[in-house]
Ligand binder design. Sequence first.
Ligand SMILES: [Fe+2]
Length: 439
Amino acid sequence: MNPTSTPLAYQRGFGNEFASEAVPGALPQGRNSPQHAPLNLYPELLSGTAFTAPRAANRRSWLYRRQPSVVAGRYAAYAQAHWCTGAGRDAVLAPEPLRWNPFPIEAADCDFVDGIRTLCANGDAQAQTGIGVHIYLANRSMRRRALVNADGEMLIVPQLGRLRIVTEMGALEVGPGEIALLPRGVVFKVELQGDDGQEGPSRGYLCENYGAHFRLPELGPIGSNGLANPRDFQAPVAAFDAEATGSFELVKKFAGRLWRAPLRGSPFNVVAWHGNLAPLKYDTANFMTIGSISFDHPDPSIFTVLTSPSDTPGTANCDFVIFPPRWLVMEDTFRPPWYHRNVMSEFMGLVHGEYDAKPEGFKPGGASLHNSMVPHGPDADAFERASSAALAPQKLDDTLAFMFESRYALVPTDYALTSPQLDARYADCWAGLDDRFAC
Ligand SMILES: [Fe+2]
């Protein structure tokens, strides 16, 4: 039952009522908070939405644990200068396209907490709006320390190396091509798993969502199936540390700052839980992709996996969008993404393969940022090729790009703007697009 060694099992679904107990009889039946809970466990409610949120959006779970979370030492400030929050910085933001080459994993001993580097952010965590966009660069597991984020949920997109994410509610494993979604307030730690089973270097992208929790998008005329299907999301089963004592460190992100507190024992002490607030994993290979079978290129919103709505209908705090392997069959159509300017701001990353609009300069482990109304589109070479290509059915294979798209402009950090990985020549990729007007 140790979450770090048990072969993993999962429960399936998105937002449904899960129930799991690591010891038979640990879960109370017929009520949530009996006078005396089974096995002398403490019931604890974790509310991911306001008590009064509408039913369709309400998320909460009951945890039955050996000690309640309130048992912790005093908090002290924890220095991690690279994890930044919100747009409240004095950055002077030029309206230019930005792109970064792959971020190298530093040689220094570094776990997931210390390896987070904020690339850009918007909104305000305390106002529960906006997102932080980070990359993580780690080369060792979190051992006797755990992380909890009160500022937002964490959407993890591994790019290099597998992760075993041990949470209060059980463990998940994800690798490149998969994602993990960790609710705000759930304690977790990240263990690295190289291909050889040893701890290995690990890199990936991270969306810290300060706003409304990610949910599945409405399907409208698509119907009752398609895109990311609920049954393909997987939640962990209950598991707890068999070792009850021994010091642990809890790192907590709260109101834009990091704190640390000593714990007398492992925070992974939940023996049973039930509810609809849960860590989830999802394999993007299960995404049912929709595309044109006649002509033209649909809006990329057809690739939305998850959406965090804002208070304006149809205008997301953040959409998580993927560009997975797919067939292109459109006739008389310029098949790569069109040139455009978008009121929404677009951060892109590449997990593996090539992105069809930028086959050369956009690399796995790198990133690009096209803020509100910043023009972008295929580079000159991609335009040339796509304009003259024979339009036979074409499989875009071995590719997985993604986008965090937000209604709020994303403010880059000093780390991102001064990084040697910043591609100073990015805008030159469009320089060859000459005026070809012929009347
Ligand atoms: Fe775009």
